[in-house]
Design a protein around this ligand. Sequence first.
Ligand code: AMP
Ligand code: ZN
Ligand code: FE
Ligand code: FE
Length: 275
Amino acid sequence: MIDLHTHTTASDGRCTPPELVSRASAAGVRVLSVTDHDTVAAWEAASTACAAAGIEWVPGIEITAIDAGVDVHVLGYFIDVHAPALQSFLAEQRRRRIDRVRQMIERLRSSGISLDADAILGPGIADTSKAAGRPWIARALVAGGHAETTSEAFDRWLSRGRPAFVPRLGARPDEVFARIHEAGGIASLAHPGLLGRDGSIDGYAAAGLDAIEAYHPNHDPESTLRYLDLAGRLGLAVSGGSDYHADQAHGGVGPGGVSLPQERYENLKARPRSG
Ligand code: AMP
Ligand code: ZN
Ligand code: FE
Ligand code: FE
């Protein structure tokens, strides 16, 4: 199995990097990318664990861009995780994440729910290589008895249009593609079926997008075929993975639960890097 989309405790996954690799290995994954939101902090621990387990390691990331008020998740693969320009760009993304989580906790307070912002943000403040996000609030809402599940916390409070939602500030998709290219990587549009803006994809392709994530747990077989077809027509490569967070996010499939076919992986890997 080839799984190019997973998260760890460096962002909003619940597994540490070694635990993720151990679960992936047990599931039969033989090529793995950790794609934490706006951070590459897991790379050293995860790549070391992959080497020990005989798993091929693909350096990766999932960067949140913003296009006309809508979050657009952009995966980056084969990046140089040490590239200084990428590092400083990501540090700024993470600072904005902390500000946004604080503002959302304030909004909850206005709705009568008091959460401890310092406790929720503690890991991201103690270690600025970790990326905070709404799931950290969702977990505190569940722990405080304000929701049964993190999904319910999103539906009631945290999703767009809900009382605690605060819009994100940040880079547009074309800037994110350029940042990934500068770091020697290729850019893939994450879960286009969740994004629901197929009409934007040809514009993204013209702006430098290299691939689309056709294989994802939130895509039914028809959507996967539609994105494979679209990738073919636009000359884009294809990526895929489980989006494993070790919780119920994205259907709760395990590592390797969605796998990229070998020939698609070879094609992605062979894609020219413009950086
Ligand atoms: P953020 O990065 O702060 O915008 O939070 C986005 C993350 O929250 C996604 O990557 C998912 O892991 C998670 N998420 C988004 N929507 C939901 C939902 N409805 N239920 C559970 N988790 C969600
Ligand atoms: Zn996530
Ligand atoms: Fe995503
Ligand atoms: Fe993801």
